[in-house]
Design a binder for this molecule. Structure first.
Ligand code: G3P
Ligand code: CA
Length: 259
């Protein structure tokens, strides 16, 4: 009898992996304003079937897309994004900084992104990107919203975060939504953290990844994914390691149908 099949790790191992290999970073990498609906449309135009985006809470605790803590770099607003209400955020321009044809693109709500992904049969990786000190709450609230938005969908969004507290909040609120731990290095107890958080994946900076780390992640029953690989030589190295998925900015370089 295979008694090891009763372990939690083996249970993770048996889970189906419904996600495509190639993931478009922030919607369309640098080809369109990051974390906007316009970027998702560009990414879908390149044939990408899975997207990564950065999600945090507005002041009224609703999920919207923004990478930085603050608004200055990618919108015409200022200060902490999480200090603005969703209605105020939706009135901002999150596209004009990139190029004039995108002027007027607002920071999307998670609901708008869900609607687009579900309608077009696209998978989503939601990176929980909490405002300062809001890790647990962000995990809880975004997971609750995501569970509602993707109810009855065959492929749920994959929730990832660098912040274990955000993943803890997501696990407490919606344990059935798959989680992944984001890491910058392969040092420390990341495998134990990911296992404790019942993650289905560990997602590492590709420059830190080694064949041994890929094997160690997979031996824990998780998929080994990486960000953000943009060079063909890096992709070749990662494929040789047995990587399970790659997040890229270079939608114009890597055809998603190749895997
Ligand atoms: O989700 C992987 C990657 O997006 C993490 O880095 O800074 O682009 O959010 P960053
Ligand atoms: Ca991200």
């Amino acid at each position: 009898m295979n008694s090891h099949l009763n372990t939690p790790t083996a249970a993770v191992n048996r889970r189906p992996w419904p996600y495509p290999f190639w993931v478009a970073h922030r919607g369309a990498g640098r080809l369109a304003p990051e974390n906007t609906l316009a970027a998702f449309r560009v990414g879908a135009g390149y044939g990408y079937r899975m997207f990564e985006c950065d999600v945090k809470l507005s002041q009224d605790e609703l999920a919207f897309l923004l990478h930085d803590d603050t608004l200055e770099r990618t919108t015409n607003g200022s200060g902490l994004g999480g200090a603005w209400s969703l209605a105020q955020l939706c009135a901002l321009d999150a596209g004009g900084w990139h190029s004039p044809i995108y002027a007027g693109e607002s920071p999307p709500t998670l609901g708008q992104i869900a609607q687009f992904c579900i309608a077009n049969h696209l998978a989503l990786n939601i990176e929980l990107k909490p405002s300062p000190d809001l890790g647990y709450r962000t995990g809880q609230k975004v997971a609750d919203e995501a569970a509602q938005l993707w109810r009855n969908q065959a492929v749920p969004p994959l929730l990832t975060s660098f912040d274990p507290k955000a993943l803890e909040g997501a696990m407490a609120a919606q344990s059935a939504l798959p989680r992944g731990l984001l890491i910058e290095t392969i040092e420390g107890d990341y495998l134990d953290v990911a296992t404790r958080l019942e993650c289905v994946a560990t997602v590492c900076d590709h420059t830190a990844l080694t064949p041994e780390a890929v094997r160690a992640i997979q031996a824990r029953g998780m998929k080994a994914l990486c960000y953000t690989a943009n060079e063909a030589s890096d992709v070749a190295r990662l494929l040789a390691m047995g990587i399970d998925g790659i997040i890229t900015d270079r939608l114009d370089r890597f055809a998603p149908a190749s895997r």
